[in-house]
Design a protein around this ligand. Sequence first.
Ligand code: CP3
Length: 325
Amino acid sequence: MRQAGRSLPEYRAIRGEGSIVEAIRTPDLATEITLQPVRRYGVDAAILYSDIVTPIEAIGFGVDVAPGVGPVVEQPFRSAADLDRIRPLDPEADTGFVLETVRNLVAELGDTPLIGFAGAPFTVASYLIEGQPSRTYTRTKSLMRGDPDLWHRLLGRLADLALASLRSQVAAGASAIQLFDSWAGALSPVDYERFVLPHSRAVLEGVADLGVPRIHFGVGTGEILSLMRDAGADVMGVDWRIPIDVARDRLGDGVALQGNLDPALLFAPWEVVEAETLDVLARNGGRPGHVFNLGHGVLPETDPSVLERVVALVHEVDPATGQRP
Ligand code: CP3
C-alpha cells in the first residue's frame, strides 16, 4: 500500500516539496523513507518506496506524480503511434536508482523482508489513457472496446515493463513482489477476463520461476477475486468492501489473504479500531495464511500512534486461531 503517505512527521520532514518522482530517484532518500514505517511501527515487512509509474516514467513517457492528485501524463496515450513511446525497459540503465535502493535496503533490513512491486498493465494503462486519475475510466474503456487490437498491444507492452521491473527488483534482493491492479474493480468480470487477465497473468507467471511470493491487489475486486487469483497469485489482497471470510469462501484455502481493515476506521475511537482489528483476524482464524493489512493505503491525516497500537495488537494475536491468547 502507499503506507507512509503523509502520516509520518519524519516523512514530511525529509520528503520536501515537489514531485515524489525526484525522491524516488534519490536512493539514499528512498532508502530512509522505506525504513521509517518499519522503525516506527515494527511491521513485519517493508514496502519499497517507489511508485507504480516509475518504469514508464523512466523510459520517458512523460509522467509525473502530482502531490495530492496522483499520476498525470502530459501527452496521454491516444493512438497506435503512441506505442512507439513505450520501449522495453532496461532495468539497470533506466531504473538503476530503484535497484540501488533495493540493494541498500536489503543490507539495512536484516531479517525483515522487502516487498518489491509494480503496477499491473490495466491500472497503469488507465493513467496513460486518461492522463490523470479517473472515476469513470471512460476513455480507457472506450479504447478497450473500440480498438481491442491496440488495447492488447498496449497492455502487452505494459506487462513487459512490469515483468522486467519485478525481475530486476528480485534479482537485487526483494523477497516478495506485489502487483497492484488498484483500479481493476472498475471492470465487469467478463471484460476483466478478456481484456486484462491475460496480461496480468503474463506478469505473474513470468516471475513464477523466481520462487518469491506473489501478492495481487486491487480495490473493489470482490466480484473478480477468483479471476485475479487465476492470473497467478500466492496471496490475494482484498479491501474492506468484502469481509475477509467471504473472500476466503470465494477463493478456497489454496491462497493466502492480505487485508483488510478499512483505513478510515482508524479515525474512530480506539475501542472501535481494536474490535474491528480483532474481527478481521478472527474472520480468517483457523484458515491458512493471512497477512494482516489495511484494505488500502494509510490516509495522510492518520494518527501514527493509532497505527502503532494496531501493529502491537496484531502481534498479540495467535495466528492459528485469530484470537488473543
Ligand atoms: O507509501 C510508500 O512508501 C510505499 C511506496 C508506494 C508509493 N506508491 C509511494 C507514494 C507504493 C507501493 C505506491 C503504489 C501506488 N501508486 C499505487 C498502488 C497502491 C494503491 O494505493 O492502490 C497507485 C494507484 C499509485 C499511484 C499514486 N501515487 C497515487 C494515486 C498517489 C496519490 C497522490 C496523493 O498525493 O494523494 C501517488 C503518490 C504517492 N506515491 C504517495 C506515496 C507515498 C503520496 C505522498 C507523496 O507524494 O509524497
